[in-house]
Ligand binder design. Structure first.
Ligand SMILES: [Fe+2]
Ligand SMILES: [Fe+2]
Length: 232
């Protein structure tokens, strides 16, 4: 892989490490990234910015590597104390990624740190509000929450799409940037296509090779990123 792509190798490795930490994690990470990149494209962000969001979104939960099994793998709803432990994943992930001079790793650290901030300032770890939350983290927050609601847990079924969309709408302006919820709700067919394309990539290549293809190997721009851009 070319010298310039070294940060992407780091992100690919951390994606795999995080994705192997608990069952179904990898699908969540790459679907969240695909939907984040799709939204970034709908928002008409600069191509380089879209690519950065695509590459950093899969490591948003990498701090879960540092959460004990008793909490991370608990087959039941968490107690408030356990939630406090779980909430540490955003700072752990940011600390793990911090300190690089590479802009894409700095963005990855920022997204890991701030993807659970809420638009009204009630989130964690910093309690940032509104546009003080970096845009990439606001985008990943919406894509992340939607995917998490759709996924089944041992103690609950996955939500139906209609209900998950309703939950996003209800929390618009409270948890989530209302302009991003608006974009999400106006582009549901595209979101569905981005999710389906990611699930197809995972099913076709298996988790390890799918992550390699997601990050593009030696290609300067991953083919799968261009594929998502074509979904708009
Ligand atoms: Fe998270
Ligand atoms: Fe997540």
């Amino acid at each position: 892989m070319a010298q310039a792509n070294r940060p992407l190798l780091t992100l690919a490795s951390l994606t795999l490490a995080g994705g192997l930490r608990y069952p179904s994690a990898l699908g969540h990470l790459v679907r969240t990234a695909a939907v984040s990149a799709y939204l970034a494209n709908v928002l008409e962000l600069a191509d380089a910015e879209q690519q950065q969001i695509y590459c950093v979104a899969p490591v948003h939960d990498v701090g879960k590597l540092g959460i004990p099994d008793a909490v991370l793998l608990k087959p039941a709803a968490l107690t408030e104390d356990e939630h406090d432990i779980m909430r540490r994943h955003s700072s752990i992930g940011a600390d793990l990624l911090a300190g690089s001079p590479e802009p894409v790793l700095q963005l990855a650290a920022s997204v890991a740190r701030h993807h659970h901030e809420h638009f009204d300032g009630s989130g964690y770890p910093a309690g940032l509000a509104g546009e003080a939350v970096p845009l990439a983290a606001r985008i990943v927050a919406v894509a992340d929450a939607f995917d998490a609601m759709m996924e089944p847990r041992v103690y609950r079924k996955g939500m139906k799409e209609h209900d998950a969309l309703g939950a996003l709408a209800e929390r618009s302006g409270i948890y989530f940037d209302p302009s991003l919820v608006d974009v999400f709700l106006r582009h549901v067919p595209g979101v569905r296509r981005a999710r389906a394309a990611t699930d197809a990539l995972l099913a076709k290549y298996g988790e390890v090779s799918a992550v390699g293809r997601f990050f593009g190997g030696p290609e300067p721009v991953p083919a799968f990123f261009r594929h998502l851009q074509a979904l708009v």
